[in-house]
Structure formats: structure tokens, C-alpha cells
Design a binder for this molecule. Sequence first.
Ligand SMILES: Nc1ncnc2c1ncn2[C@@H]1O[C@H](COP(=O)(O)OP(=O)(O)OP(=O)(O)O)[C@@H](O)[C@H]1O
Length: 545
Amino acid sequence: MNQDQLKWMASSAEHDGAVGTEQMTPPEKSAGRATKRLLAVLGLLATMMFFRHPAALMGAAGCFLFGMLLGGLPLLQILRRLLLIVPFALGAIVFVPFQHAEGGTELFRLFGWVATEEGMRHSIVLLLKVVNANLLITYLLLSTPLFQLIRSLRAIGIPAVLLEIIGLMLRYLVLLKEEAQGMVKAQRSRGLRLDGWLWSRSTYKRFGELLGVLFIRAYARSSRIYQSITARGGFGAGLTGRGRRQPIGQGGLGMAIDVRGVTYQYGRIQALRGLTFSIGQGAKVVLMGPNGAGKSTLISLLNGLEQPATGEVSVFGERMTRENALLLRQRIGVVYQDPDDQIFSTTVEEDVAFGPRNLGLDEQMVQDRVTEALRAVGMSELRSRSPFELSYGQKRRVAIAGVLAMRPEVVILDEPMAFLDPKSRDDLQALLERMHESGLTLIVATHDVDFAAEWATDVIVLKDGRLLASGSTELLFDDLLLEQADLHLPRLVRPFRLLQDAAETRPRTVRDAAQAIWQLIMRGPDGTLARSSKRMDGETRQREG
Ligand SMILES: Nc1ncnc2c1ncn2[C@@H]1O[C@H](COP(=O)(O)OP(=O)(O)OP(=O)(O)O)[C@@H](O)[C@H]1O
């Protein structure tokens, strides 16, 4: 996908009205203000380290709080963030007074431990310093959007790798929180009562078990996130030298993907059993098959995240190996089923910029690609938002933008329609159409036969790791194949199957179906319509009988 193609998509999206007004990069002025604010907070934090007197620290805390309220920050939010330091405060109060037992002035004894005046003072000073630091950081977080904060941190010379580590740690914390919330919700729906949980014995009995499950779930999720980061060139030494595409071998002209005798197994589980098929450039392919058929495994192989046990996968004529997988991967983008597995940055624009940065592009080019990709998916307005605050459909668009910004030639989407409302599904289908018109080869793993019949040009059907069939979407009308693959006939076709005179009619779209019905009606004068109606009535009665 070249620059013109992505731009074309972006302009089409705007033309369709799918896009709101583009929010341009924040003005220099506010970026400068954010950096000044960051420097001021860092300066105050450093100064705070030298304060030794509780009264001075208390005075500083009062000033900070007053300043924040004067600046319009909500008191409730400030207090909520202050609650975060309660565990630390308890630790400081409980342990620190006993630190100066030797040589200090005794205040009281507890279980043989001596609390001293010096220890107590030290404890109060420590506590006040933590409160002050918390107030200052809260001020920064509440007054400056996260993306600007990150830019400012970069501007003052904090190494990018450190920021990435912080970003990933934050992502892991968010992930833990989401998993914990998900678990609580699922358990409440099955009768878990939360009233009095803090004092309940069973809470503590099950605590270890729940914590274990939480970490296993978070681990599984983070390994999927790791996969998607790798798919966009993360953790690698950059995908290509300075963003240029290396020449890729000759062969298979017009062929985007060629799969020959591929097998794959997870331990003793045979997931793929000798698959052979090919996909031409510019095709719109649906990958179908029941649960466990091997679709996700195949996608991992096509993207080079896994290597086949036997057989080979070729991309644009070049055989995929461990060595060239990084290079070939930039020609094949993958949009995973769960956008939360794919998105991990603190802002939408940072997330979309992740792949282009891995390509080694300069910052201006990265920003251009981010703008274009977000415009193409109709998400320009939300570029500064945290992706974790978005709806599921919006997250999916961000995930697609992240892949488009890499300018791949093939895009694979795993169940892109899952969990979307009808309007979002229509929007996504229109987006897929634009992506295809811009020259992309698209592969969509789906269970949705109606979407497949309407949208795709070709179909690949798997079952139990085997290829049941591959070819044009005419296959979707083959009853035997559909039965073998646990699929059903597209809905639009079913009524025509009940009409003897129109049993072979295979409408793909509502418009096709309307036209077919109209043609049937127009045949009326010679009596066909009447006969058809009678036959339909007759057949319906027969079925009901
Ligand atoms: N990490 C794994 N470890 C062991 N077995 C696995 C693993 N992932 C998948 N499998 C097995 O491999 C087979 C193919 O699974 P895969 O996820 O590729 O199917 P799928 O067609 O994508 O299914 P679905 O439609 O449910 O997503 C299944 O039998 C599955 O149990």
C-alpha cells in the first residue's frame, strides 16, 4: 500500500462523511506550556527532597492544594488520587518511628520495640513528602493530556526506551485491572456477593486462588499483546533500514500468498494438516471454518509469527523463514480479533505511530502516516484520547489504523465484525471496501456467511486443520460443503430455495435479492408468479406437515 493509496482512502472516508474534523497536532504553544509545567513540577519535586521541617512541608502541601483548586482541578479527583498513598502512609507510620531506637529519645514501647521522638519526626516528614509528591504528580496528570506529557518527557531528553518501558508497565497495570474487573463481573453474575467481602473469611481463603487465576489470565493476554507488538515490528531491530522496503525475490507474479503442504502442531495437538492454497493479489478472501478449525493458527503462520512444522508459506513469491519473517511481515498486517490485544500505548496517536516508528521513519513521516491512517478509519477526532477509554468499535478502528500506518499490501483481519453493532458493522464493511479499492489484498477470518457472500471474491474453508475447499464464493452455495464445515446457507438465498422457478437464484446483496424478486413478479402475465406462489405455499405446508 503506497502513500497515494492511503491518502485516497483517507479522502474517501472523509467524503463518505465517516470522518469528523481533523484535530491537528496540538499547537506549539500548548506543547511549550506542558513542558514548562513538567519542568516546574520536577523542580519542585527535587526541592522537596531538601525540606526537613514538618511545618514547611505542611505549608507546601497546603499551597499546592490551594493552587490546584484555584486552577479549577476538582477536589474529589485530587482526594481520590491521594487515597493511593494510604498503604504507603500506613507503612511509614507503623515502622519508621521505631527506626531510631538507639540513642533516640524514647516516646513509648510496643511489644518491646522502642518508638523514638526522632523516628516519629522522620516518619511524619516522610509521609508529608509523599503527600507533596503525590499532589504534584496529580496536578501534572490532571492538567496535562497524557500524550503531551509523553512528548514533554521526550523533549526534556528522557530516553525513548525508558518511556516505552513505563508505557508497557502502565499497560500491564491497566490489563491487570481489566482482568480483575472482568473476573469480578463474571463471578457477580453467578451469585458472588460483594457486601462484607472485606471481612469475609472466604475472601481470604480464595484470595491466593483468585490472584493465581488473575496472573495466568493477564499472562495469556500479555502474550497475545506481545504477539501483536511483534507483528508491528516491536522488540526487533527495526523492520527495514530507514523505512525503505528491501527488494523481495521474484516469482509467483500476481500471487500474494502461496501455502504448500503446511502442517503445524501445538505439542501433540495437530492444528494444521497439510494445507495447500494460494491467494492472488487484490483478492477479497474469507477464511471460514468452525471453532478450532485452525484459522488463528494459519494467520500466525501467514504473518510469520510461527513457522510451519512442514511445508512452506511464500509471500509475494518469497519463502517465509525465521530470518526474513521480520521483513516480509511489513507487507502483511494483522488485525487481531480482540483490539485490547493489539492496543497498548497511552494515546491513540502513539499507538498508531508504533509501527511506523519501528520502520525507522523520521518523526514528520510518522506523524503524516498517523494522520492519514486515522483519517482513513474515521478516528481523527479521537487521536489524543486514551485508547482504553474508547468503545469496542472505536478500539477496533484504532487497531486497523495501526496496521494501515505500516502500509502493508495484504491485511488479515480476524473476526473483525465480532461484537459490533449493526451500524458499526456497515461502517467497517465500507472501510474494508475502501481498503480493497485502494489496492490491498484482504483476508478476513469469519463465521459470518452472509457477510462472506456479500463481500468476498474467494473463500478458504478449513475444518480440523484440513482444507475442505478453496475457490470462488460460489462455494458458499454448496450444501454439502456447508454441512461439512458446520456453516449455513446465506440468508438471502434461503427464500429462493423454496421457489421452484428460482431455486438457482443466488443473490449476494439485498439489491440482488430485490432485483430477483422483481424479475419473478415481472414474469407474472404467463402465470409463473401464480405457480411459484402456489408451489411455495404447497412446499411450506409440506414442511410444516
Ligand atoms: N496455544 C495453544 N496450545 C495448544 N493448542 C492450541 C493452542 N492454540 C490453538 N490450539 C489448538 O489448535 C487447534 C486450532 O485452533 P485455532 O485457534 O487455530 O482455531 P480457530 O479456527 O481459530 O478457532 P476459533 O474459530 O474458535 O477462533 C484447536 O484444536 C486448538 O485447540
